[in-house]
Every structure is written in C-alpha cells, then in structure tokens.
Design a protein around this ligand. Structure first.
Ligand code: F6P
Length: 320
C-alpha cells in the first residue's frame, strides 16, 4: 500500500524538473498521499536531507528553471554500503516509493534501489535527450530553444563581420541537440558524436560558400567531439576568414521551461503517481508516438537505449 512517496531530482538539472515535482505533489495530494522532497538527489537520501512537500511549497514553480530540490552527481551511490544507508533513511521516513527525475546515471541509481526492495519510478529529465524508452526528455526542448536563440545571434554578428562561428553545444554522447539546432537555425555544418566528420569536407563546404560570395558560416559542434580551438585555427588558416569559438556551456541548462517541457513534465509527473497506485514499480516513463508510456527500467536500460536518429541527421545534411 503506497501512502508516502519521496521525490528527488538527480544529475544535471533540466528545465521542467520543477513542473514535474509540482505535478507529483498535486496529483499525489489529490490521491491523499504524502509527498516528501529529497534534497540534492541521491546524496540527500544518503544524508537524510528530506522535507515535506505540499501545494504551498510547489506553487509558482511550474514555470521556473532548475529544480527547487537541488541536484547533484553522486557517484558514491554506486557503492552498496552507501545505498544501504539511503535505504535505511527511506525506511526511517516511512517512504513507500521513490520517484526519480534525471538522466541515465539517475536511472542506474533507481534500478539499484529497486533491487534493494524500494519501489521506484523514473522520469527522463535531461537536456541531452539520451535516456532510454522515450522519444523526448524533460528539458530538451527548452535547451534547444536556448541554443537556437544563441545561434541566431551568432549568425547576425558572423554575417556582419564575414567570420566563421564555431559553437559548442552540450549533449555528451548524443548529437540530438546539435542536429535539431542545426536544422532550426540553418547551420552551415554540424559535427556530432555519432558520425565521424572529415575536416576536409567542412573546409570544402566553406570554400564553396566563399566562391558564391558567402563569407560567413556557423558550425555547430557537440561537446567533446573535437578540439574546437584547433579546428578554428585550421579554418582560419585555410579560408582566411576570421574564426570565433563560442562555448554555450551551462546557459543551455537554465531558463524557464518552454510550453512543451511544462506539459511533458506535468503529464509524466501525474502518470508516475497513477502507475505507482496501480502497483507498478521499477518502471521508467517515456513519451512514444505522443503517448505517455512506461517500461521496466532494467529492460529499457539494456534494450531500449537511445538510438541515433539517422533520419534527422540525413535531413539536416540536405539542408546545408
Ligand atoms: O547531462 C546534462 C549535461 O548538461 C551534459 O550535456 C553535459 O555534458 C553535462 O551535463 C555537464 O555536467 P556538469 O554540469 O556536471 O558539468
């Protein structure tokens, strides 16, 4: 019988996490459940940093970026002795189930907790759009809007000064943000982790532009894929166009969630309460073909890993 639910946000924060927390509290309290907030992700479970949440605490957070519960990366949670302390705290607080909002690392933590007898439901909360079992993650569309706004601005100044702009975009091992931003902002070239790129192809593309009197270019690059400073020097040397590098960094993680993220987070939060009350545990929630769905978390982590969106990639390539 589920009476008390703990909620935590973990890993990199993502716009829409607050909307999900609010939905969990509202939907939970409407079912006469008690909802507890765990501060700073799994580290708060370990440190027993837990508070009561109610409708008052979550009022006016739907449209706020970040997470009111705080978030950390807590690799110590991979250690069984640390998790055992967390489990003791869960029991001490009479918490019957945990809802985790986060990315892949957070899913791994939820899977481990489930294996230790704690019912868990996970919601995909990350700007990277790389968690299993979902088409989209909470925060992805807000980050995408932020990136596109930034590239629009960069294009204005690059075109005015006849410069090349290299813009580094977050995403870890996933090029979704980069590909989508390239499509939405008309980038001249993009470099993503999933597909090796050739420097010479990039140079040829820019030189073709120069032949057509196009003396500026915007190149989108996913973080960690290549050395963008070295790339900028290479392009500058071989095109004679001044080349500037912009690292968008954590700006991409902040800001008010866009409407889609608010709706997705709200739907997923309410759905988490629904499936918990229907007796489910060890599940992760996703959106597939516009429907909110849930999967066994272990199965999803092993068999439903985020796949590369080749059709997006091919479309994006045709547009530059
Ligand atoms: O997972 C979200 C993300 O923003 C990634 O895109 C990025 O690589 C990472 O987190 C940065 O993490 P941190 O904020 O811990 O530096």
């Amino acid at each position: 019988m589920i009476k008390r639910i703990g909620v935590l946000t973990s890993g990199g924060d993502a716009p829409g996490m607050n909307a999900a927390i609010r939905a969990i509290v509202q939907a939970g309290m409407n079912e006469n459940l008690q909802i507890l907030g765990i501060y700073d992700g799994y580290s708060g479970l370990y440190k027993n940093h837990i508070i009561y949440l109610d409708q008052h605490v979550v009022s006016n957070i739907l449209n706020q970026g970040g997470t009111i519960l705080g978030s950390t990366r807590f690799p110590e949670f991979y250690k069984e002795n640390i998790r055992s302390i967390a489990v003791k705290n869960i029991k001490k607080n009479n918490i019957d189930a945990i809802i985790v909002i986060g990315g892949n690392g957070s899913y791994a933590g939820a899977k481990e907790l489930t294996n230790m007898g704690i019912p868990c439901i996970s919601l995909p909360g990350t700007i990277d759009n790389d968690t299993p079992g979902t088409d989209y993650t909470i925060g992805y569309f807000t980050a995408l809007q932020t990136v596109v706004d930034a590239i629009d601005r960069l294009r204005d100044t690059s075109a005015s000064h006849h410069r090349i702009s290299i813009v580094e975009i977050m995403g870890k091992d996933c090029g979704d943000l980069t590909i989508s931003a390239s499509i939405a902002s008309g980038c001249d070239f993009f470099i993503i982790p999933e597909i090796p790129y050739e420097k010479k192809m990039l140079l040829k593309k820019i030189k073709n532009g120069i032949k057509r009197q196009k003396k500026h270019a915007v190149i989108a690059v996913t973080e960690y894929v290549c050395d963008i400073i070295e790339l900028s020097k290479y392009l500058e040397k071989n095109t004679s166009l001044e080349t500037k590098v912009t690292i968008l960094g954590h700006i991409q993680r902040g800001g008010r969630p866009v409407v889609y993220d608010r709706i997705l987070a709200s739907q997923m939060g309410a759905y988490a309460i629904k499936i918990l009350l229907n007796g489910y545990s060890s599940r992760c929630i996703g959106i597939k073909n516009n429907c909110i769905v849930h999967h066994d978390i272990e199965f999803a982590m092993q068999n439903m890993k985020k796949t590369f969106q080749r059709d997006w990639f091919e479309t994006a390539q045709k547009l530059y």
